[in-house]
Design a protein around this ligand. Structure first.
Ligand SMILES: *Cc1c(COP(=O)(O)O)cnc(C)c1O
Length: 391
């Protein structure tokens, strides 16, 4: 099929939920993707933070294909050595106590929300169910995670939304304190707002959240769907904030390209989700767990993590001298660029034309390159970006 055929069939048969770039990607290796017409692209997107080991990493392919040939799916009515392996690894990497495996970021967040409400209900009874999230956050596309998302543009059409969310201005401790009362059971935040424009939370605000949560037995929950799996230079971003959250959610990079999500909770919450209170058909699927096991083995070594920080610093340094760059934000290899000309969308489109895949978030350019991208691939991508930025 040519690109035109694919585009026409997409128009005819698929719901029009996405504004897509004009490329149909059909194969890839490392940080290089190939489209249906054979054109190559350097990929600074990783499929929005998913392909943390790039396209078709040899070890990852072997883990996935060996597992597909051994046993592809079992019901959660049976035990799986792969699931317990992933859960054990996540706990030992974080110090968290229990894991629920699911299929996506939104599902991991749904689990977090259910834990918060049930913990509070079990201990305090009705009326303490409010969850505070941040203005400009993004937590997913289900009706409940849309309600959790603190952006009015997401609160249309699908009424009634799930009740019991309220929104605090990020990095505003006074606003946080104004919202804390006896109806609050959890505060749920992204430490770097991803879709909201690569906005990191400041340490003082995060500390204030941690302190008030500890004092009032309010759960501190972090959405690490985008920031997790070594993206920011530590396995989870919270590890650089000197805090111990009660709940951590993970997805995107966890499977390196197959759907898997996880909700982690600490010891205090270990028994909240009892038999029959939560479940999933596909969650913890053996192929997904084989992939996640391989990813976790690969991206969490000290050497790998320091390479992520080093490459992130290198990209930042190269960007600092580039035309049209006004500000660079983010941590590790989660990078947002504010442009002088406020033309991120046009830059991203021009980059695709010239063979570079790059994202936007709000009015920023956003990069989430594969974590194992080579220096040479980084340079190839940056030189395309530089050409476009100078136009
Ligand atoms: C992508 C994202 C989600 C939603 O994940 P899905 O897998 O698309 O459901 C939730 N929270 C954050 C911070 C994200 O970046």
């Amino acid at each position: 099929m040519t690109f035109e055929d694919i585009k026409n069939k997409e128009q005819k048969y698929m719901m029009h939920t996405y504004g897509r770039f004009p490329a149909a990607l059909v194969s890839g290796k490392g940080a290089v993707a190939k489209d249906a017409d054979g054109k190559e692209y350097i990929d600074f997107t990783s499929g929005i933070g998913v392909n943390c080991l790039g396209y078709c990493d040899d070890g990852w392919v072997k883990a996935v294909s060996d597992q597909a040939a051994a046993i592809q799916h079992i019901s959660n009515l049976y035990y799986s050595p792969l699931q317990v392996g992933v859960a054990e690894r996540l706990c030992s990497l974080t110090g968290m106590d229990k894991v629920f495996l699911c299929n996506s970021g939104a599902e991991a967040n749904e689990c977090a929300i259910k834990i918060a409400r049930k913990y509070s209900f079990d201990k305090y009874g009705e009326g303490r169910q409010k969850i505070l999230t941040l203005v400009n956050s993004f937590h997913g596309r289900t009706v409940t995670t849309l309600a959790a998302t603190g952006q009015d543009v997401f609160h249309n059409y699908f009424y009634p939304f799930t009740e019991g969310f309220d929104y605090v201005v990020a990095n505003d401790t006074d606003d946080l304190m104004k919202h804390i009362d006896d109806s609050v059971c959890a505060v749920f935040v992204e430490l770097i707002q991803g879709e909201g424009g690569v906005m990191p939370l400041c340490r003082e605000f995060v500390k204030a959240v941690a302190d008030v949560c500890a004092e009032k037995d309010i759960l501190f929950m972090v959405d690490e769907v985008q920031t997790g799996i070594s993206r920011t230079g530590s396995v989870y971003c919270y590890q650089q904030y000197d805090i111990k959250p009660d709940v951590v959610t993970s997805a995107k990079g966890l499977g390196g390209g197959v759907p898997i999500g996880a909700c982690l909770c600490n010891e205090k919450l270990a028994d909240v989700m009892s038999a029959g209170t939560h479940g999933t058909t596909f969650g913890g699927n053996p192929i997904a767990c084989a992939a996640a096991g391989y990813v976790l083995d690969t991206v969490t070594t000290d050497e790998f993590l320091s390479s992520v920080r080093e490459k992130g610093d290198y990209i930042r340094q190269q960007l600092s001298g580039m035309a049209n760059v006004k500000e660079v934000r983010g941590m590790g290899m989660m990078i947002g660029i504010v442009t002088e000309k406020d033309n991120a969308k046009a830059v991203a489109a021009a980059c695709v034309e010239k063979g570079l895949l790059i994202l936007t978030a709000k009015n920023l350019l956003r990069m989430l390159p594969p974590l194992n991208i080579t220096k040479e691939e980084i340079d190839r991508g940056l030189s395309i970006l530089k050409t476009v930025m100078e136009e």
